[in-house]
Design a protein around this ligand. Sequence first.
Ligand code: ATP
Length: 234
Amino acid sequence: MLEVRGLDARYGDAQALWDVALDVGAAETVCIVGPNGAGKTTLVQTIAGLHRAAAGTITVEGVDVAALPGHRVCDHGVATVPEGRRVFGHMSVRDNLLLGAYRRPARAVHRETEARVYELFPRLKERATQQAGSLSGGEQQMLALGRALMALPRLLLLDEPSLGLAPVIVDEVFDAIAAVNATGVSVLLVEQDVERALSAASRGYLLIEGRIVASGTTTELRESADVRERVLGM
Ligand code: ATP
């Protein structure tokens, strides 16, 4: 589904990603864990075409999208749920969802997709006409997920979905991610909550100072000395 090789990213003279390589298989959930400032958001944004890669390839279903802008990457089946959710608070829940379906193939079937999003998140249906800004943090996270699903993605990039949410709400959000994954959508999950990320994924990568320093199944990562010392604080 996704194959990243030799990926570098920069902010001016400062290099944020160094020679990153990773894979996400079809219908797989893969996590990226790492401390603050490791480059996790930069990695998501670079894959999504929102930050330009300085070097390397980002191949989605066999097509290198590294030089494409975000809306074109979206056309290859990649949708992003950004850090902090970024829902449009003054617009209704429904209008926020419809924004996710603005590209052509998704637009043609937006009614059917909207109905499926409401099946997955009944609370969004109840609140469809409410302003998104009046939703709780957890509901806004569901809305951000729903908006991404409106684009009919085959790969979902999730940046810190647990950020700022109470643990019981995080459980709900992760249940929703699992439900989305069960429909066959591949998930790349970036999380500071390492335990949650390792529980949700089947494989993962440890990113430190812009480099992948460990990778493996989540069982292997839990046992890795780097993960235990550098992100689990053991
Ligand atoms: P956090 O979990 O705190 O969001 P992160 O792992 O997502 O961290 P990034 O936000 O990707 O890390 O940041 C990686 C590095 O790039 C950091 O050193 C950061 O200071 C730098 N950086 C991020 N955004 C910018 C920017 N717009 N301009 C300059 N440097 C940036």
